[in-house]
Unconditional design. Structure first.
Length: 21
């Protein structure tokens, strides 16, 4: 389920970008 993991990575980056960006 690499796609699911990749999705979480993208969501995590977007979340962090929203907090610190």
């Amino acid at each position: 389920k690499a796609r699911t993991k990749l999705t979480w990575i993208v969501l995590g980056q977007a979340f962090c970008s929203g907090l610190f960006g």
